[in-house]
Design a protein around this ligand. Structure first.
Ligand code: ZN
Length: 292
């Protein structure tokens, strides 16, 4: 189980996590966000400009805290890793307030995205510029490069801070929990490939949207890959015992689960089953899954 650090959490304060990076915690704690969304302000403390990563929920107190952390610098880009509602809604009001452009992940809106979307998405997100893998933004003393990491969502990007070797991992790899992969937009096969992609990099530290900085990133990612393979093996074993609906996997796979997270656990099992189906290892008759 997750250990929640003691309150009060440092909501609204600009914490310096490394010379080029300030972190501001939004006041939106929940079973899905841990202590809340962490917004990052990237740039030299005494420089003329900066970028804001994952501005978070559109709450006035949080937007005020971001503006305070920016401390008079010009925001060259408001950058979102993805468009879940705890990450991108403050982009539009912050852009309106400061004139900064919104640069980063592609939009993915309920109204236009068809089946690859869900109610957790922010329909207001409208970027001025979408970054492809390897594209980036540069300011005074900082360079941020997009690393495409689909899986948690189809539009997920990480951002690499070239000057320090830090990677802003959004919800792809987090400091408190493994990522939820919610179909149809979330894709387990893509997620695993995006974890392997990080294994091939040599980032020094990860700053994620939720939870503490990750100081041994490859060790954590290796563990996450192993965890998912273990989950997949469990699912195949249970399928081998008897066909069952998604809910029939939960009691054995998630012992002692917070009841508020059962829905998320079922989504994760579904994501594995869809991936296994794609690979020809599982099939379903209606809601009942079986070995293919
Ligand atoms: Zn998310």
């Amino acid at each position: 189980m997750v250990t929640i650090p003691p309150q009060p959490w440092p909501t609204g304060l600009a914490e310096t996590v490394e010379p080029l990076v300030r972190r501001v915690l939004a006041p939106n704690p929940s079973p899905y966000t841990f202590t809340g969304t962490q917004t990052y302000v990237v740039g030299m403390a005494d420089g003329p400009d900066c970028a804001v990563i994952d501005p978070g929920p559109a709450e006035a107190a949080h937007i005020d805290a971001i503006v305070a952390a920016v401390a008079g610098r010009t925001i060259l880009a408001i950058m979102c890793t993805h468009t879940h509602r705890d990450h991108s809604p403050a982009a539009a009001p912050l852009a309106a307030l400061t004139g900064a452009p919104i640069v980063g992940c592609a939009p993915l809106m309920l109204q236009v995205a068809g089946p690859r979307s869900d109610e957790a998405f922010d329909p207001t997100y409208a970027p001025d510029r979408v970054l492809a893998d390897g594209e980036g933004m540069r300011g005074t003393g900082w360079t941020l490069t997009a690393v495409a990491t689909p899986g948690h969502t189809s539009n997920h990007l990480c951002f690499a801070l070239e000057e320090s070797g830090a990677l802003f991992t959004g919800d792809h790899v987090m400091g408190w929990s493994t990522s939820v992969v919610i179909p149809p937009d979330g894709d387990m096969g893509d997620y695993m490939a995006s974890l392997e992609k990080l294994m091939a990099r040599e980032d020094r530290v990860y700053h994620s949207a939720h939870g503490a900085a990750i100081e041994k990133p490859r060790q954590l990612v290796r563990g996450m890959i192993g965890h998912r393979r273990q989950r997949e093996a469990q699912i195949l074993r249970l399928l081998g015992e008897s066909p069952r609906p998604v809910s029939g996997f939960i009691p054995e796979m998630y012992k002692g689960l917070d009841p508020r997270l059962i829905g998320a656990a079922e989504m994760s099992v579904t994501a594995h089953l869809l991936d296994l189906e794609k690979r020809g290892a599982a099939a379903h008759d209606g809601a009942v899954w079986r070995v293919a």
